[in-house]
Design a protein around this ligand. Structure first.
Ligand code: ATP
Ligand code: MG
Length: 423
């Protein structure tokens, strides 16, 4: 009996959508195809409630699974095998998969995608479970099985897997529009950007640096962070904005306590102009309420008063431990803690104001040529593009039904890397 490997992808939140479900599903299929484009030949098929990736003859099914496990919108992924939907065929396949294996306990989790199948799920569990017990010295444990045998029955085919794993959940990147993320070299903003990706947003990155007043380490960190985050959205744009000269002008006319809020208001205005160019409808930052002296409600209100688009702060209600844990799982933490001096360490007062009103901010800004400073930042911005995976030759075919990937190829900066731990 020849084994026919498949990866079966389940989604959760997308299935709750009504009118928008086809659109989100098309986006998910596109992203899945993109995520595994360099790994070898495969075919994607939309089936009721799931997407199936046929991997007959594929050289690296495990690598496909690992990539799929990191696609936003995926609730779970199973690397398994395909057979016909008769009980006999399923038993043969289960027998083949447990052959020669030793495990102390197991359970069968059978699901029928259509209710006219002659056996109920419970009957299938029993029939397949009894079959396993005849072949392996083991026992059934429904609560904490050592091995879970997942069986999915469709009218014309069935899938059996001993390897179901959780995905990140959420929505597929690209389904919810674009946001511009203010990306520092710190721990928080990469996590905030990732959270927006998980809500289906494509993220454009904006980093403010102070070259030549400071070394270019912060840019290197921003690039490394974007490279890592591109693994979740496949193509990224990073705008590197020279901010040192702008800060120098702020220092000349704004009293020290007001400077941090003025810097942030300028960053927001510049990022907003870049957002408009890129079709982004909102900004996102890594601020968390009260985490540092400058992140008070008053200051946040004063910063937002300079914005004309929404400023989203996905970490606002989280604490540093939660953010750090997520940064570790994402693989951004190690880069974020590398020492550097970003623009926030340049010309920063020892005691920033913690309660600035929009009116106070406007009063001190009246001494600055705000429009010119914003223009300087926007025109000085340098764009870099990133792509993952770098080599997309030999990617999956789309079976009739799912759409083909329509995104144009971009200049590549980032290549495939070994999978980090899924989040
Ligand atoms: P992070 O870890 O993200 O740097 P933080 O806790 O250090 O955050 P701040 O330095 O006060 O907080 O920055 C607050 C937010 O402002 C950041 O999360 C980021 O979104 C934005 N920001 C700060 N510095 C920069 C920068 N140099 N370039 C782009 N955005 C920045
Ligand atoms: Mg910071």
């Amino acid at each position: 009996m020849r084994l026919r490997p498949v990866v079966v992808v389940h989604y959760h939140e997308i299935s709750l959508k009504r009118g928008n479900r086809p659109r989100f599903l098309r986006q998910l299929a596109r992203n899945l195809a993109r995520a595994i484009a360099d790994l070898g030949p495969s075919t994607l098929r939309q089936r009721p409630g799931r997407i199936v990736i046929d991997l007959d003859g594929h050289p690296r099914p495990e690598a496909v699974r690992d990539r799929i496990q990191r696609v936003c919108g995926v609730a779970s992924v199973s690397l398994g095998y395909r057979t016909s939907s008769t009980l006999e065929a399923m038993q043969n396949l289960v027998g083949r998969l447990v052959e020669g294996r030793a495990f102390g306990s197991f359970r069968i989790t059978a699901r029928r995608a259509f209710k006219t199948y002659p056996l109920t799920s419970v009957e299938l569990n029993r029939a397949l479970g009894a079959f396993v017990l005849q072949r392996v010295a083991t026992r059934v444990d429904l609560e904490h099985p050592e091995v879970e045998i997942v069986v999915e029955v469709l009218p014309d085919e069935a899938f059996v897997s001993l390897d179901r794993r959780p995905g990140p959940g959420g929505l597929p990147v690209g389904g919810s529009g674009t946001v511009a993320a203010l990306l520092s070299g710190g721990i928080d903003s990469p996590v905030a950007a990732w959270r927006m990706m998980k809500r289906g947003c494509r993220v454009v990155f904006v980093h403010f640096h102070s070259v030549p007043y400071l070394p270019d380490t912060s840019q290197a960190k921003a690039r490394a962070l974007v490279e890592r985050l591109t693994e979740w959205q496949y193509a990224s744009r990073l705008y590197l904005v020279p901010f040192g000269e702008i800060q120098r002008e702020v220092v000349l006319s704004v009293p020290p306590p007001a400077r941090v809020v003025v810097y942030r208001r300028l960053m927001v205005r510049i990022a907003e102009a870049i957002a408009h160019q890129t079709g982004a409808l909102a900004l996102t930052t890594g601020e968390s309420l009260g985490q540092v002296a400058s992140q008070t409600l008053e200051n946040i209100a004063a910063i937002d008063a300079a914005a004309t688009v929404p400023v989203l702060r996905p970490l606002i209600g989280t604490d540093k431990i939660e953010i750090t844990d997520e940064a570790r799982r994402l693989g951004t933490f190690e880069t974020s803690i590398e020492p550097d001096a970003d623009c926030c360490t340049l010309f920063v007062p020892a005691h920033p104001a913690t309660r600035m009103t929009p009116a106070e901010a406007e009063a001190v800004e009246s001494r600055l040529e705000i429009d010119r400073l914003v223009e300087t930042g926007v025109t000085g911005a340098v764009l870099e593009t990133f792509e993952f995976p770098a080599d997309r030759h030999g990617g999956p075919e789309m079976a009739p039904g799912p759409p083909t990937c329509s995104e144009p190829p971009r200049q590549s900066r980032s290549g495939p890397r070994s999978p980090a731990s899924p989040i």
